[in-house]
Design a binder for this molecule. Structure first.
Ligand SMILES: Nc1ncnc2c1ncn2[C@@H]1O[C@H](COP(=O)(O)OP(=O)(O)OP(=O)(O)O)[C@@H](O)[C@H]1O
Ligand SMILES: [Mg+2]
Length: 511
């Protein structure tokens, strides 16, 4: 191989590794061969998914025609792909001689090299050469064999990329599906009156484009409701974008919202898309909207009124097709009076409001939510926890839950993590719940008392499992009936309440 040929190989291999799609890159590589006078014509034939052969790139006179390309794929290339062996033909099939602008056939030679992937022929590189010395095709075979190898490497890389893209696409689809399921509002746990009312409101307003203000204390589930509104709308397949107003410095809120053009201010080296851009077609959720500064309030009001905005430092007016949701735990009416929140913006945002009551005001939901989180975190932490002991549920019910559902969720996750057996007991709950005055028995200070409470919990639990049968409860505890009887008396446990009523007297309840 001479230096010119090597340089050409290098150039072709770089073209094939470049950013171009494989087909145009191949096309360009073949054109290069032709323009350098290495070949009269050249083509790459590849096997398709169904095993059919197709000419994917070609260069040189006559190959513009589809027919000539097909002939190639059906003729010599087909044989080479089938056998996996190179072919050298001194002349082309007679009927292709009718093509215009072709050199004299007697002086051309066709060389066709297989393109091997994993040792199997996946296609062929076919070239037509001028002025070959009859009988000396060794050099040509070496050169075009090397080129076929480079094309094979590029193909392999491309297949890897395609595979990766396919798997990313599939992953994306699955994630979207999971999001849809996760935030489907059937995931909002709660059957209390206020929760049912909130669900009805969500169902009513979700499919519309109405701006919704979600109000409630911290941890009540405002963000979950915002998700349910988005994933229950026609915008579900478009982005849900959140802006946590409180977590962004005042000076950055506007650029976060609207983005900026390159050079808008020192440091703006590239154009940046804002949240309005990112949420195009979907939903933009303003968390803690009460924290929005005065300048940003004015700009947001403008978007809400005119449905358009400008990037910082830009002149182009961009139309915004975005649904706005907002949440706050602040008293916005008081903020208006204090001059901290614009009244006109308040009316634009508060078109439809959903109030999420604090957890302490929807007691029936506490146990449902606790069960829900117990199942969720048992699964997540791979623990086989079946239920909560009665004293633990009493503690949950009597707590005030200042942190609302989030506090309950954290409490249950912590209990799941510390629980060794299959049941959550009172001592798995945090001290804030232990000292709740309302739970009466729970003001433990000494080790002795804590141990006694634990022992009592265990016995209650075993009695419950054994449906009041004290002998069986003793077996469950690896203890004796005598000890269990003694403890039952000591702790004044009403074991009869666990008896299986259906069994009647003489049933398993008699111990
Ligand atoms: N009804 C519910 N069913 C199931 N999970 C809930 C429910 N309400 C709240 N949660 C869960 O409680 C946690 C807190 O909810 P969320 O983040 O939506 O509260 P928030 O009102 O936005 O709180 P903050 O005001 O502090 O931002 C989340 O993990 C959420 O999934
Ligand atoms: Mg929130």
């Amino acid at each position: 191989m001479d230096a010119g040929q090597l340089a050409l190989l290098l150039e072709v291999s770089q073209a094939l590794q470049g950013p171009l799609q494989l087909k145009p890159a191949l096309e360009r590589a073949l054109q290069k061969l032709e323009s350098e006078g290495m070949v009269l014509r050249a083509a790459v034939v590849l096997r398709g998914d169904e095993g059919d052969l197709r000419t994917v790139a070609a260069a040189g006179a006559g190959f513009e025609s589809k027919r000539a390309r097909n002939e190639l794929a059906e003729g010599v290339a087909a044989r080479v792909v089938q056998s996996g062996r190179p072919a050298v033909l001194p002349a082309l099939a007679p009927d292709s001689r009718r093509e215009p602008a072709r050199p004299d056939r007697s002086q051309t030679t066709q060389v066709c090299m297989p393109i091997l992937l994993d040792g199997k022929p996946a296609g062929a590189l076919c070239v037509e050469l001028d002025d070959q010395e009859p009988g000396d095709h060794g050099a040509a075979q070496r050169f075009f064999g090397a080129l076929a190898g480079i094309i094979a490497a590029a193909l392999e890389a491309q297949r890897g990329i395609e595979e990766e893209r396919r798997s990313l696409f599939e992953e994306n689809r699955l994630l979207r599906q999971q999001l849809l399921q996760r935030y489907d509002f059937s995931n909002l746990v709660g059957t209390s009156g206020p929760m049912r009312q909130a669900c009805e409101q969500i169902a009513q307003v979700a499919p519309t484009d109405t701006t919704v203000l979600i109000r409630g204390e911290s941890g009540t589930g405002k963000e979950l409701i915002a998700h349910a509104l988005h994933y229950g709308s026609l915008r579900a397949k478009k982005p849900f974008v959140k802006l946590s107003v409180a977590s962004i410095p005042d000076s950055l809120v506007e650029s976060e919202l609207f983005g900026y053009e390159k050079g808008a201010f020192t440091g703006a080296q590239t154009r940046k898309r804002g949240r309005f851009d990112l949420a195009e077609g979907g939903t933009l959720f303003f968390d803690e909207i009460g924290e929005l500064n005065a300048a940003a309030q004015v700009k947001l009001l403008r978007v809400l009124q005119e449905h358009e905005f400008q990037r910082l430092g830009g002149t182009e007016t961009i139309r915004a097709n975005v649904r706005i949701l907002a949440a706050t735990n602040k008293n916005l009416e008081a903020a208006i009076v204090a001059g901290e929140f614009r009244e006109d913006l308040y009316y634009r945002v508060n078109v439809f409001s959903i109030f999420v009551p604090p957890l302490r005001e929807r007691k029936p939901d506490i146990l449902l939510l606790a069960e829900h989180f117990l199942a969720k975190y048992s699964r997540q932490h791979r623990k086989a926890i079946r239920r909560m002991a009665a004293p633990a549920t009493d503690m949950l019910m009597s707590h005030h839950w200042p942190g609302n559902v989030r506090e309950l969720e954290n409490t249950i996750e912590r209990a799941v993590l510390t629980c060794e057996g299959g049941v959550i007991h009172g001592h798995h709950l945090p001290p804030t719940l232990q000292t709740a005055e309302s739970s009466g028995t729970l003001l433990q200070t000494s080790l002795g008392e804590a141990v006694e409470q634990y022992e009592k919990d265990l016995i209650l639990d075993a009695l419950k499992s054994a449906r009041g049968n004290r002998a069986r409860a003793a077996r469950l505890l690896c203890s004796t009936e005598r000890v269990v009887n003694y403890k039952v008396r000591k702790y004044r446990i009403d074991w009869q309440r666990f008896r299986d009523r259906a069994a009647g007297p003489g049933g398993p309840g008699r111990a």
